[in-house]
Write a protein that binds this ligand. Structure first.
Ligand code: ZN
Ligand code: ZN
Length: 316
């Protein structure tokens, strides 16, 4: 990968026409990766705004959100090499990384923090801040602690370039976990994974989103019948574990907002879920909410990055 531009002017000049938009199913990515419900055709965005889930699942989570001028990574679970390779693979090799937002200290979300921080400093010649709560920073294994760590607090939004970052609390078995929504123009993009139960706060944030990356971790039946030890099953099902398909679908049915254009199912368990079950539950939830005709459903996976999704409409 080449040097990242400090000024981003190179990237700004290269913001491409949305040739990757709208999302078109690609057979090499599997026919179930992208489902267009009700024949809805995503609108082309008047300005560039990208969301790319680079990796999703218990072996590493990372997503890129940006508008072509500013950009952030949300979580850095995969290796630095994988994160940068996947950005390159989906056409974001020169996209600016102005900050990395870390949701919590689990290795599948923070594993590369230290190495990635050093690599970004080398590539850009500056410190790229890694934002996380005080609790997450204190709980992070020393091998993961980035040299450019900055602490934040849930409920206190802040700016990264032209983006607004809004961290909010989620219930998970870590010190002080948050999810993030990122404001671009009039729209919000949110990544909501690793929570044991829906909460009123999460539902409110979900209702505001134009693009939602939402956990559909497990199918309860498959989890209970599956190979995990009982204690692990209990941890996953607990109110500080992970959302089941049914929990996410129920929250979605109640909280899908008027702006939602893309729903990306995320953090699926490889052992205790199937893409078909998750997609079916999500599709039924969108249908019951009367949103099936306007929301495009996608599935994020562990091994293959999703190409950037554009969000059309009110980017001013
Ligand atoms: Zn996780
Ligand atoms: Zn976790």
């Amino acid at each position: 990968m080449g040097q990242r531009s400090v000024s981003n002017s190179f990237w700004r000049g290269r913001v491409r026409a949305p040739k990757t938009l709208p999302q078109i199913p690609k057979t090499r990515r599997g026919v179930w990766l992208i489902i267009v419900i009700g024949g809805a055709v995503p609108k082309l965005p008047p300005r560039d705004a990208f969301v790319a889930v680079l990796s999703s699942g218990s072996r590493g989570n990372c997503a890129y959100v940006g508008d072509g001028r500013s950009g952030v990574l949300i979580d850095c679970g995969p290796s630095t090499k994988q994160i940068l390779k996947r950005m390159n693979d989906v056409g974001l090799g020169d996209a600016p990384i102005d900050a990395v937002l870390v949701t919590h200290e689990h290795g599948d979300h923070a594993g590369a923090a230290r190495v990635l921080c050093n690599r970004l400093k080398k590539d850009t010649g500056r410190d790229v801040p890694f934002f996380m709560t005080q609790g997450t920073a204190q709980a992070l294994k020393s091998a993961m602690v980035p040299s450019c760590l900055e602490t934040i607090a849930a409920g206190r939004a802040f700016r990264v370039g032209g983006l607004v970052v809004d961290p909010f609390s989620i219930p998970h078995d870590t010190a002080d976990p948050v999810a993030f929504r990122v404001g671009i123009g009039q729209r919000w993009v949110g990544v909501i994974t690793d929570l044991g139960r829906p909460t009123t706060l999460v539902s409110q944030k979900l209702a505001s989103l134009s693009v939602a990356v939402l956990e559909f971790n497990h199918d309860v039946e498959m989890l209970l019948d599956g190979p995990y030890a009982w204690s692990v099953k209990q941890r996953i099902r607990s109110s500080h574990g992970h959302l089941s398909n049914a929990q996410s679908a129920a929250m979605l049915a109640e909280s899908v907002g008027p702006h939602l254009e893309h729903l990306i199912l995320a953090h699926l368990s490889g052992e205790n879920n199937s893409p078909e079950r998750a997609l079916q539950e999500a599709a039924m939830a969108l249908h019951s909410a009367g949103a099936a005709n306007r929301v495009t459903l996608h599935l994020a996976t562990q091994d293959t990055p999703l190409e950037p999704l554009g969000v059309g409409g009110a980017y001013n």
